[in-house]
Design a protein around this ligand. Structure first.
Ligand SMILES: NC(=O)c1ccc[n+]([C@@H]2O[C@H](COP(=O)([O-])OP(=O)(O)OC[C@H]3O[C@@H](n4cnc5c(N)ncnc54)[C@H](O)[C@@H]3O)[C@@H](O)[C@H]2O)c1
Length: 313
């Protein structure tokens, strides 16, 4: 699994170990956020005898090929990427390199193996672009990404199909819709807002507060990834969201409620690269994978806040 030290990856590692798998985590502890946080994410997993960490940059073609040749994995779960919409505007070349070249390295390496391993990779709701209509379906056109990050994710989807077509790689792309929960990525809104509200500092609200995101609780998302791994044959693409978008102003109020504090708001203009809404139609994942997210925002936030408090202690 690439990106196994990150937010989503570390939860997936824990779940795979609990299910009896042997997991090799590939991560280079990229400086997008602190190494210490990623080491803490993985601390439990690395005590497990069926888990091993390989520090490697996903762009290192010979390193990736040698590792895949040696390990001959049944499944490659490729989650490593430079995440984040806004920072991709500042450094698009880096995002293209890590996300696109890094993905090609793993697709190439996977196709060295006979039989082919199953290949499951992270895409993103951001590929849907800035649309007034919703919910978003996998059959919708996704040709107008509004950030370099989104464009790299769309590029990965195209390349995944190409490797499936040319080399018979069984490949499944998963469009994640804003994951949240314990170990939340520190740059994401829920983590940022929680710290600010808890400290009594103003919360930046971009736009009029009516932008909305389909926040998806991490355990539900991981359940969807596991189902996708189990059923990875041919070429597939699935939305993994909660299908219940939450407006920004409601999110801020809900975090305040979970913390028992009143948020102080600071209204700011809309941010370039940010879409107005994300909203997953999960009919396909429900029908083909049995995916059924269960966690409402209040319950998921309560679990996140409990983890946040424990991490401060
Ligand atoms: N968190 C979300 O809401 C969300 C939504 C849509 C898509 N995604 C995608 O899901 C995947 C996981 O996201 P996350 O939120 O867990 O992010 P994360 O930043 O917590 O995890 C990504 C991991 O990849 C590693 N990595 C980055 N560059 C690397 C490189 N060159 N070589 C090796 N490892 C490298 C990082 O060190 C990190 O541990 C990413 O592909 C992201 O684009 C996430």
């Amino acid at each position: 699994m690439t990106g196994g030290a990150g937010f989503i990856g570390s939860h997936l590692v824990d779940r795979l170990l609990a299910d009896g798998a042997e997991v090799i985590v590939v991560d280079n502890f990229d400086p997008f956020y602190s190494r210490a946080i990623k080491e803490a994410n993985l601390a439990g997993a690395l005590r497990h005898p069926r888990c091993r960490l390989v520090e490697l940059d996903i762009r290192d073609g010979p390193g990736v090929a040698a590792l895949v040749d040696r390990v001959r994995p049944d499944v490659i779960v490729h989650l490593a990427a430079r995440a984040g919409v806004r920072p991709s505007i500042a450094d698009p070349a880096l995002y293209a390199e890590v996300n696109v070249l890094g993905t090609v390295r793993w697709l190439e390496a996977a196709c060295r193996l006979e039989p082919r391993p199953r290949f499951v990779y992270a895409s993103s709701s951001s590929v849907y672009g800035d649309r007034p209509d919703a919910p978003f379906r996998e059959t919708d056109p996704v040709d107008l990404p509004i950030s370099p990050y989104a464009a790299t994710k769309k590029a990965c989807e195209l390349l995944a199909f190409t490797f499936h077509h040319l080399h018979g790689l069984p490949v499944t792309g998963l469009r994640f819709f804003t994951a949240y929960g314990p170990r939340n990525r520190p740059d994401l809104a829920i983590a940022q807002f929680t710290g600010l509200i808890d400290r009594g500092e103003p919360v930046p609200v971009f736009g009029d507060g009516t932008t909305r995101r389909d926040y998806t609780f991490i355990a539900d998302l991981v359940d969807g990834i596991i189902r996708a791994i189990e059923r990875c044959t041919g070429h597939h693409l699935y939305n993994l969201g909660n299908s219940d978008p939450v407006e920004l102003r409601r999110l801020v109020a809900a975090i305040g409620q979970a913390l028992g504090k009143t948020p102080v708001l600071r209204h700011l203009p809309e941010q370039p690269g940010d879409v107005r809404q994300t909203y997953a139609d999960i009919t396909r994942a429900a029908a083909e994978l049995g995916y059924a997210p269960k966690t409402a925002i209040a319950e998921g936030l309560a679990q996140y806040i409990a983890w946040y408090r424990a991490s401060l202690a």
